[in-house]
Design a protein around this ligand. Structure first.
Ligand code: MRU
Length: 337
């Protein structure tokens, strides 16, 4: 299942808000449509957000009908829009910067040529992402014992990327080599990426998976049913502090208490060496109705006050290793990322 593909003149984005009940694609012709799909989480997951935004900039140039002299301002306007969609995943800004370089290296007078090089760069990022994830999978497998039972949260899988996944890339690699017994998937309130997406993609690949609600994780660890926790990342600071889906920090604390290794699996594009610690990572707060409702049905009093941070920060002291495409980085992380 492709999360994203381009068929002239349409960018197709798998609508993850509808999964697992419906398999439908959002059709985008413009950067505005891509920005909306990222913001409303039809596409989500740090690497996929980045690559989608790259295609969004290509669509911006493609759909531009004004004079050559106005193209740069138009590009900047659409870039700003895409950059404003979700603040935490650094892959978004990484991808936009990569497209900026291509834009800057090409004159704006030949629009067709400019479109072609931007499209090419977006495709390169798509292909690279899959290769990087396969390498992460290979590198992570060596950390695991035979018959491993892995706990994860959210969806850091094929659906969060252009294919294969990061944390679930390690799971896939372990499964292929007969090392995996089971994945414990936390449902991941409030948007249920674990229950809706991780379960769906692992069951599709016939990888053994068991669903729990987030508040069951401690009990499952206490019973000795987990060997390692592996999660993805939206942004890793220079000291190793990691922003990932809300609830990740709780899992890391629980893993530490139970003496279990807690790993982060992420590409280098998720590392932000420009910032020293997790304190500097902007944490997105989303619509309170995500907590009050599920698909339009209230599970609480409609007027209740809500706090809805989409991510949390796991301090580097709780992380046993960061699994990247270039290898596993063990602590201390500072200066080595
Ligand atoms: O809000 P989401 O669904 O975009 O959050 C996704 C996560 O937190 C993932 O774990 C992270 O982006 C890594 S995806 C390979």
């Amino acid at each position: 299942m492709r999360t994203l593909y381009y068929e002239e003149p349409v960018l197709f984005l798998l609508d993850q808000n509808r999964l697992p009940q419906e398999i439908k694609y959002v059709e985008c012709h413009t950067a505005d449509e891509v920005a909306a799909a990222i913001k409303n989480m039809a596409v989500r997951g740090a690497p996929l957000i980045g690559v989608s935004a790259a295609f969004g900039l290509f669509l911006a140039v493609k759909s531009y009908t004004g004079s050559a002299s106005g193209l740069r301002d138009y590009y900047q306007e659409k870039r700003k829009l895409l950059a404003s969609t979700r603040p935490t995943a650094v892959n978004l800004f990484w991808a936009l910067k990569r497209m900026d370089k291509v834009f800057a290296s090409q004159g704006q007078s030949d629009k067709e040529k400019l479109e072609a090089v931007l499209l090419k760069e977006a495709y390169i990022m798509l292909q690279e992402d899959i290769e990087v994830n396969r390498a992460i999978g290979e590198n992570g497998r060596g950390l695991l014992n035979d018959n491993c039972r892995i706990m994860t949260i959210c969806n850091a899988g094929a659906l969060a990327t252009c294919g294969y996944g990061t944390a679930l890339g390690v799971v896939r690699s372990a499964a292929r080599y007969g090392k995996l017994q089971l994945v414990w998937a936390c449902e991941t309130r409030p948007v249920l990426q674990g229950a809706r997406l991780t379960i769906w993609e692992l069951m599709h690949d016939q990888i053994p998976v068991r669903l729990i609600t987030d508040n069951m994780a401690g009990f499952v660890m206490q019973k000795g049913l987990v060997d390692a926790v592996i999660v993805g990342a939206d942004r890793i600071a220079g000291n190793g502090d990691t922003a990932n889906k809300i609830g990740t920090y709780s899992l890391a604390v629980l893993a530490s208490y139970h003496g279990l290794p807690f790993y982060v699996a992420a590409p280098y594009s998720s590392i932000d060496v420009g910032i020293g610690s997790g304190k500097e990572i902007p944490i997105e707060e989303r619509d309170p109705n995500e907590v009050r409702q599920f698909r339009g049905t209230y599970s609480t009093v409609a007027e209740v006050d809500v706090y809805n941070p989409a991510f949390d920060i796991t301090p580097h002291q709780l992380i046993a290793g960061i699994i990247t495409e270039k290898g596993v980085i063990k602590p201390p992380f500072a200066g080595r990322l």
